[in-house]
Design a protein around this ligand. Structure first.
Ligand SMILES: [Zn+2]
Ligand SMILES: [Zn+2]
Length: 232
């Protein structure tokens, strides 16, 4: 690619490629966008579109306290973290709290290897979560700092949930450290026993969310096999 083209690739000046799709993996025009959305053939990042339903946006959920909403979200985050670890080395997991159709409840996961991401996409397209079939695809997003709304991080975004950059919902910090530690331990154990990925037999430290009555169990395969993490 000529250098003058490389400089504008995926920027606002690029008249061919959609900057939003490249940076955020979703754009509000969807398939009707006048610029190209070139789906990557290989990527470390996958997108699961419209999966997280924040109860705060529903009638039944409007009465929940801030703590209850956080607990609900932590349970969701943990469910996906544990499931995604089965396909490879999970490096990042992000969930959008936007309310616009193209970003609402989007889950993005970045793996160490492209092959792991491809395996996850294939497997997850056969799965259900929360009574709905999942839709999974490889995503062009590589840098989540670029994809996130800076104003939102400073609490100043005027577009709020309708913003076209990611507004992430953050899990409780101690949950993330505990999940990261569990993944490290399981990967070490799996490597020692000659497996290339962590299986379901690994032990996870139960999180506060689950210990306090969180059930998980929202997963379903094509068949009727409910997926549950095995715990020590
Ligand atoms: Zn677009
Ligand atoms: Zn914003």
């Amino acid at each position: 690619m000529a250098s003058h083209l490389a400089n504008i690739y995926g920027t606002e000046q690029d008249r061919v490629n959609c900057a939003f799709y490249l940076k955020i993996g979703a754009c509000r025009h969807g398939d009707r966008c006048s610029r190209k959305h070139i789906k990557p053939q290989f990527s470390q990042t996958i997108l699961l579109a419209n999966v997280y339903n924040n109860p705060a946006h529903t009638l039944e959920g409007s009465t929940l306290s801030k703590e209850e909403l956080q607990k609900d979200f932590d349970r969701f985050y943990e469910d996906f973290y544990i499931e995604l670890c089965k396909y490879g080395h999970l490096l990042e997991l992000h969930v959008c709290d936007n309310v616009g159709d193209h970003l609402m409840g989007n889950v993005y996961a970045r793996f160490e290897w492209e092959a792991e991401a491809s395996k996850a996409v294939d497997a997850l397209n056969d799965r259900w979560y929360g009574l709905r079939p999942l839709h999974s695809e490889l995503s062009p997003v590589s840098d989540f700092r670029e994809a996130c709304c800076r104003q939102n991080e400073m609490g100043e975004c005027k577009r709020e949930g309708f913003c076209n950059f990611m507004h992430l919902r953050h899990p409780t910090k101690s949950l993330v450290s505990s999940l990261n530690a569990s993944q490290r331990l399981s990967r070490r154990k799996a490597a020692a026993s000659g497996q290339d990925t962590v299986g379901e037999e690994m032990g996870w430290t139960p999180s506060a969310a689950r210990a306090n009555g969180g059930g998980g169990g929202s997963w379903r395969d094509g068949g009727d096999v409910g997926w549950k993490p095995t715990r020590q």
